[in-house]
Design a protein around this ligand. Structure first.
Ligand SMILES: *Cc1c(COP(=O)(O)O)cnc(C)c1O
Length: 432
């Protein structure tokens, strides 16, 4: 295997090694790091009895070959993938729920955050200056990153979230770590938080005093491991039913969807990929043929997908090599709050299927599909329903059981500092 290089989507920065790309987060020209090509791997390369960590190790080996982190890949996977991503049967036999919420903070972001933390821990020189990890979050990323880096020596985490626009339980989770993990509640939108983080990462004067890295889904160290659960599920479905896996992915910043597209491009048995968006229709409009038009986000019940300018768009466009091919690769549809409510209610009352509001957008797209004869659907369940009790409980008229890890976090004290929606305010906070 020859070593893969990682150029920037904007082409104005030198191509990096994987370690360099993971350490940097964003490329110096403001672009996103991408593999120069996607390797190909056959299904036969995977151990049929392997767990998710084993699948991840096989899948990611070509991306890590020749890199300083290469030898540690099995250990990194073992450290990151300590919980599985099971396919849970649904009422209709041609579909399953791909449950990505069995990690410490009950959302799929735990996979990427833990993998990134395991990589960065190995990349840091013992005498390096303390590193600040910046993360803008619309709810779940911040908690996953906080949990993954909590009490890691030499690392400080600053979590920026839009004040009042995350669920009360999400807010509590973000502020409950303490120690080296700081929650900053920003008087603005998620897009403001994302803009502030990008500005800080592009500010070389600031970085000379305060070494910074990012843990948003723009980091390759988060994106690559997300391919593992799609590969693992597709291999399981291929063995059980002899058909490809078709995916419906709740989508905001396009991280999870990019990972799905890459997994299929590598050669895993994945068929159609449908993106389920909320009322923020930037992507559905683009995929229906309109020009790409990023815009401000509007708040919805599926708040982790309240994104008007998806940060991974540049990356998926680069890897598909143009808009025509990109529009062939996936389809996208918008699902509004009213439909989210009726879907949550219908699935809970008819089948006892409890979903989070994000997962409900994908479930609605499944509900519109006829019975599948040539494949098997997976609705990607991105978070545990108990994280969104303020949506579910009034609607369903009953309590949603809380998983033990989440209950443990909610029992801890929580605090967050206020911050203006201004890059200057963030720079001042970082430098103090
Ligand atoms: C982050 C998140 C999403 C959106 O994922 P992207 O990778 O940003 O597209 C969907 N659902 C939940 C619960 C999330 O936390």
């Amino acid at each position: 295997m020859s070593e893969l290089r990682y150029p920037s989507t904007r082409g104005q920065a030198p191509a990096a090694t994987l370690s360099e790309a993971i350490a940097a987060g964003l490329a110096p020209d403001g672009g996103l790091y991408v593999p120069e090509r996607l390797p190909s791997i056959q299904s036969a390369a995977f151990d049929p009895d392997g767990d998710l960590a084993a699948t991840a190790t096989t899948l990611l080996a070509p991306f890590f070959a020749g890199d300083p982190l290469g030898d540690a890949l099995p250990a990194i996977c073992a450290e990151a993938f300590t919980f599985e991503a099971p396919l849970h049967p649904l009422a209709r036999p041609d579909a399953s729920l791909l449950e990505l919420f069995h990690g410490p903070t009950a959302a799929f972001k735990d996979f990427g955050a833990r993998f990134l933390a395991a990589c960065l821990r190995r990349l840091r020189a013992p005498d390096a200056r303390p590193l600040t990890i910046l993360v803008a979050t619309s709810g779940d990323t911040g908690a996953a990153v906080g949990a993954a880096f909590h009490r890691q020596p030499g690392v400080r985490v600053a979590i920026l979230y839009p004040d009042g626009r995350v669920s009360p339980r999400q807010a509590h989770q973000l502020g409950c770590f303490g120690d080296n993990v700081h929650a900053l509640r920003v008087a603005g939108s998620f897009d403001d938080c994302q803009r502030m983080v990008r500005a800080a990462l592009n500010d070389s004067r600031l970085q000379a005093h305060v070494p910074l890295s990012s843990a948003n889904s723009i980091s390759l160290g988060r994106l690559l491991p997300q391919m593992a659960y799609y590969a693992h599920a597709a291999l399981q479905v291929q063995r059980a039913h002899g058909v490809p896996l078709d995916l419906i992915v709740p989508t905001g910043n396009l991280g999870n969807a990019t990972a799905a597209v890459w997994t299929r491009a590598i050669g895993l048995p994945i068929g159609r990929i449908m993106l389920a968006c909320n009322a923020n229709a930037t992507l559905p409009e683009f995929f229906a043929g309109a020009a790409y038009r990023p815009r401000a986000a509007v708040p919805t019940l599926a708040n982790a997908m309240d994104v008007g300018a998806p940060s991974n768009f540049e990356r998926i466009r680069w890897t598909c090599r143009g808009d025509a091919a990109l529009r062939e690769a996936v389809t996208a549809a918008s699902v509004d709050d009213q439909v989210i409510r009726t879907t949550l209610l219908a699935h809970a009352s008819a089948h006892g299927e409890l979903l989070c509001p994000h997962t409900a957008t994908a479930m609605h797209l499944l509900d519109r599909e006829p019975v599948h004869t040539q494949g098997h659907w997976a609705v990607v369940a991105t978070a545990h329903p108990a994280k969104f009790e303020q949506v579910l409980e009034p609607l369903l008229g009953r309590a949603v059981p809380v998983p033990p890890t989440l209950a443990g976090m909610l029992a801890r004290a929580s605090r967050a500092e206020p911050l203006a929606a201004d890059p200057v305010a963030l720079a001042a906070w970082l430098a103090r």
